[in-house]
Design a protein around this ligand. Structure first.
Ligand SMILES: [Zn+2]
Length: 350
């Protein structure tokens, strides 16, 4: 059975011009996948741009209006995010892709590949290169289409503040994020003590990773926290988002994951989803540098079990000028103790 890859050429128009975010990655990805499309292991599925109704499930009418107003004069939503002509339509194409991916997953596909993960957009704000939050719309759409419990695993180096805020009081959507420690990176949110509110208390899980965290730190966090929560929450839909910016060569971050780690991570999440009989929608988009698309393909190789990798020389981590060579495993161990303590009574972590 081919694995569906949801692709809408409109996604590639999500572009800010001279900016670290590189929309052309999406068309490069499409090209890299061509041999697998030709041999029948990947199936390209078209999607429609999201309707305003879908956006309104997550964003306020005032915000959507503001985006369209700003588009006319290329105005800013935040310091790093502006609305150039055409970007709201491209953002709608991105959201429509994620919604289509959810439909396919709920229709019986085990794993659905798409691009996206604009997790810094909230109900009434856009920032961090994000205009509309496709992850949140997708999760909300899953709930409206028969899923009872949705789990979002956000593995982007930056914490998903928009997604977190949208579901902070919800117990139907469990938002779990592993990200570079908020004291050291935008958006400065996602401390271990931010665990949700009201009915949603315990349904937001933040796992800050110290700068220079490596694959083995992520493996420990998965064993001690991610896996137990997946098993205990028992979702019927899983959405993973986050691209290649935890890689040690990333230009905007200071984490230390490798290509091998990405592949392991994609596989580990797929295995966990299988274990609870939930389909998985996988949405990468980030990565600042030429490791971005090769990194996504590593994650997807893990998630699909198909070798989609492309040759990429990541160089040696040891001796890399940006890394001091010190291990931060102990600090991460202590952080996981804190995460477990904060969630006591809701989830039993190791
Ligand atoms: Zn990021």
């Amino acid at each position: 059975m081919p694995v569906p890859f949801v692709y809408n050429p409109g996604m590639a128009n999500y572009d800010f011009g001279k900016h670290p975010f590189r929309a052309a990655n999406v068309s490069d990805l499409r090209e890299y996948l061509q041999p697998h499309i030709d041999d029948g292991s990947i199936d390209v599925v078209a999607s429609e741009p999201a309707s305003d109704d879908l956006l309104l499930a997550v964003h306020s009418p005032d915000y959507i209006e503001k985006v369209l107003r700003l588009e006319k004069r290329s105005g800013h939503l935040s310091m790093d995010t502006w609305v150039a002509p055409g970007t709201p339509d491209a953002a709608k194409a991105v959201v429509g892709g994620a919604v289509k991916a959810v439909d396919l997953a709920l229709g019986g596909e085990d794993v659905v590949l798409c691009t996206g993960g604009f997790h810094h957009a909230g109900v009434d704000y856009g920032e961090g290169f994000c205009i509309y939050n496709d992850v949140a719309v997708a999760a909300d759409h899953a709930l409206g289409s028969g899923a009872r419990k949705v789990m979002i695993i956000d593995t982007d180096a930056h914490q998903g503040n928009g997604t977190m805020d949208i579901f902070y009081r919800s117990m139907d959507v469990l938002f779990l994020s592993l990200h570079q420690h908020p004291r050291t990176l935008y958006p400065g949110r996602g401390f271990a003590h931010e665990t949700g509110d009201g009915d949603g208390t315990g349904f937001t899980v933040n796992i800050p990773m110290f700068p220079f965290s490596r694959d083995q730190d992520y493996e420990m966090a998965f064993e001690r926290a991610v896996r137990p929560i997946v098993e205990q929450f028992d979702p019927d839909m899983m959405i993973r988002n986050g691209g290649a910016d935890p890689h040690y060569r990333d230009q905007l971050t200071a984490l230390g994951m490798s290509m091998t780690g990405f592949r392991w991570m994609g596989g580990a999440i797929r295995e966990m989803a299988k274990g609870v009989d939930a389909p998985l929608v996988d949405l990468p988009i980030s990565g600042y540098g030429d490791h971005a698309v090769p990194g996504w393909l590593q994650i997807w190789s893990g998630a699909t079990g198909i070798d989609l990798t492309v040759p990429f020389d990541e160089g040696a981590y040891e001796g890399h000028p940006r890394f001091p060579g010190e291990l931060v495993h102990e600090e991460n161990e202590k952080m996981l103790d804190e995460v477990a303590e904060n969630l006591k009574g809701r989830w039993d972590l190791l």
